[in-house]
Design a protein around this ligand. Structure first.
Ligand code: ADP
Ligand code: MG
Ligand code: ZN
Length: 472
């Protein structure tokens, strides 16, 4: 049987996080009573004139710079004509042959670069709401600014498609141009799929699956579509170039309409808007605003700070977390300790993506820094650090308010010995279990020591001493 290979390119729509819409001053806020975030411009009344929001251009350029694109010094807006109730003007203002950004790429963890054909700006359409047998239209989303990021057909597996999209999401969140929430529709993508026999250079006929709004749906839709196309080819039939939709219940894709060509849209220049000119100064100003990107950051955490890759990746998923981490490691001997505090103890208190994105914890990075320095200076041990951090997370207090002078400097050897001896005599059953070969029984005795010394004892030292005393 012939072996097939996937060829896939994504068109990703991302809503920009500007306060106001692309051509008017209405709010872009998600939700709201239907048709309350609207004005004559964004519902397309005749006689109104659009005015391009400068922020939209800036955000799109930032997105382009962060994905290695060339920024066009001159571009323009065009009308894409189609008739559908979500589009009151019967045309969408978009960019056709002169997009704002071109020729970029996103690098995957396997080292492959997915090339970006272009990034252009456009307005979002309204939303159709189907209720029983009626359809209503809500124009709140109409005129919300979007960027559309078009990739070359460089993607070769479902995993690569997912990773590419995750990378885009991470980058756009990091540079602050979008929250990229797939479930709220601020990031959605169209997946173009074809298959070809392995070794063949030519592309097969593609289909396009519209509007994927979750990673899980995208993976399922792709899997179904790849197999559908292979089955067609294997049985001597042909793939028809068309637009398809994903059916959640059936976990399959179904035909929506034949594929439209560019000429179907009768593109022409938007006569109500001037040419977009981007100066060299504007580009260099925006370059300065661009933060260090997550991939570079993760690399630096590994190379300069000696963090394991898994930690580096976790700490660079969200901008706030990486900023917190960087503030907390200032002057500490071992950044890994700080990483452990964040990943181990702080993350376990944060439920869900939103919580990590906001990353609001009661401990300031300065206080975490102070705590870790106490460990560096040998004033406290790891177990006291952990216990104190828990209290800090509960109360927001400084380490100096929670650790007394007498707690610092650890436990002197005599006190440790006394605590161990007491723990042994209080846990005679555990001692005989241990002597009978139950290694775990030692933990119970150790627990008593730690409790009695209020976490001041060094757990490793205490354990050693317990074994000595028991075997004596
Ligand atoms: P449109 O959908 O507007 O006609 P394009 O023809 O430029 O736009 O292609 C849209 C997307 O389809 C791009 O992401 C591109 O990489 C992808 N694509 C083009 N040809 C193929 C193909 N044969 N197989 C899979 N994807 C393809
Ligand atoms: Mg398309
Ligand atoms: Zn408006």
């Amino acid at each position: 049987m012939t072996k097939y290979e996937l060829v896939c390119g994504l068109e990703t729509h991302i809503e920009l996080a500007t306060k106001t819409k692309i051509f008017c001053s209405c709010t872009t806020e998600f939700g709201g009573e239907p048709n309350t975030h609207c004005c004559p411009i964004c519902i397309g009344l005749p006689g109104t004139l659009p005015k391009l929001n400068k922020r939209v251009v800036e955000y799109a350029i930032l997105a382009g710079l962060a994905t290695n694109c060339e920024i066009s010094r001159i571009s323009k807006m065009d009308r894409k004509n189609y008739v559908y109730p979500d589009l009151p003007k019967a045309y969408q203002i978009s960019q056709y042959d002169m997009p704002l950004c071109k020729n970029g790429w996103v690098e995957l963890s396997n080292g492959r670069k997915i090339r970006l054909t272009r990034i252009h700006i456009e307005e979002d359409a309204g939303k159709l709401v189907h209720q029983r047998s009626n359809t209503y239209v809500d124009y709140n989303r109409g005129g919300v600014p979007l960027i559309e990021i078009v990739s070359e057909p460089d993607i070769r597996s479902i995993d690569e498609a997912k990773e590419y999209l995750e990378k885009l999401q991470l980058i756009m969140r990091f540079i602050g141009v979008s929250d990229c929430k797939m479930q709220e529709g601020s990031m959605r993508c169209d997946v173009n799929i074809s298959v070809r026999p392995v070794g063949s250079e030519e592309f097969g006929t593609r289909t396009e699956i519209k509007n994927m709004n979750s990673f899980a749906h995208m993976a399922k839709a792709m899997d179904y579509e790849i197999n559908r196309q292979i089955d067609l080819l294997e049985s001597g039939e042909q793939v028809v170039q068309e637009t398809r939709r994903y059916n959640e219940e059936e976990e399959s894709t179904e035909s929506m309409r034949g594929k439209e060509d560019a000429h179907d849209y009768r593109y022409f220049r938007e006569p109500d808007l001037v040419t977009i000119q981007v100066s060299e100064e504007m580009i260099s100003e925006l370059k300065k605003k661009l933060p260090e990107l997550p991939q570079q950051k993760a690399k630096r955490y590994m190379e300069e700070l000696g963090l394991p890759e898994a930690d580096a990746l976790l700490l660079t998923q969200y901008r706030r977390i990486s900023e917190y981490f960087e503030a907390a490691i200032k002057g500490v001997k071992n950044p890994k300790t700080v990483a452990n505090c964040i990943i181990g103890q702080m993350f376990s208190r944060l439920e869900g993506e939103g919580a990590k994105e906001n990353f609001s914890v009661k401990v300031t990075p300065e206080n975490l820094n102070a705590l870790v320095r106490l460990l560096d200076e040998g004033k406290i041990r790891m177990n006291l650090l952990k216990a104190t951090l828990e209290k800090m997370l509960d109360t927001g207090k400084k380490p100096s308010e929670l650790i007394s002078e007498s707690d610092m400097g650890g436990l002197d050897p005599d006190a440790l010995r006394a605590a161990c001896e007491q723990a042994i005599s209080a846990n005679q059953n555990a001692v005989s279990d241990y002597l009978g070969g139950k290694e775990k029984a030692l933990k119970a005795i150790l627990g008593t020591v730690m409790k009695a010394t209020r976490g001041k004892a060094d757990a490793i030292e205490a354990e050693k001493l317990l074994v000595q005393l028991i075997k004596k």
